[in-house]
Design a protein around this ligand. Sequence first.
Ligand code: SF4
Ligand code: SF4
Length: 178
Amino acid sequence: MQSLTNRSVVVRKREMSFMEKLYLPAILGGMALTIKHLFKKKVTNKYPEVKRIFAPIYRGVHVLKRDEQGRENCTACGLCAVSCPAEAITMVAAERKQGEENLYREEKYAATYEINMLRCIFCGLCEEACPKDAIYLTDRLIESKYNRKSFFYGKDLLVEKIDERIDISKRKKNYKMA
Ligand code: SF4
Ligand code: SF4
């Protein structure tokens, strides 16, 4: 039947030539191509010994930032969770008690905060939605794990350590201010 586009081609079976029937030229040609690649520059890295340099706007594992005084910036407003297209973020808000001013910057904070890394598509919308400078994506990679539960990242993995701050200035400069 004639196709609508008129682009169909009738394929005819062609007899193989004597050289083609020998197969040797094709085999040698294939081997030459393989050998040629042995001497070319490798495109693969020996990860994890050799790590690739990421672009400043690379979107990896999130960090929940602290302010200069070490207090958690997040106020559990929920905007990141609402803006997340993968519904990967959940949290429980709590009121800051007296004496906890050195722990949390705002009167409300996230008692629990969790990102399901199996759902996350690293789009960065949570970072854009945050009005408190609290959540950023970093160039850190997710470690391989053997069970699904390990990919639920809680505050223990997300909040930056007081003595181990994560520099997001490059990301701010190259992405947020753009
Ligand atoms: S990066 Fe995107 S998918 Fe991942 S938690 Fe943030 S908003 Fe959700
Ligand atoms: S990370 Fe930002 S957007 Fe998300 S709950 Fe905390 S303050 Fe709100």
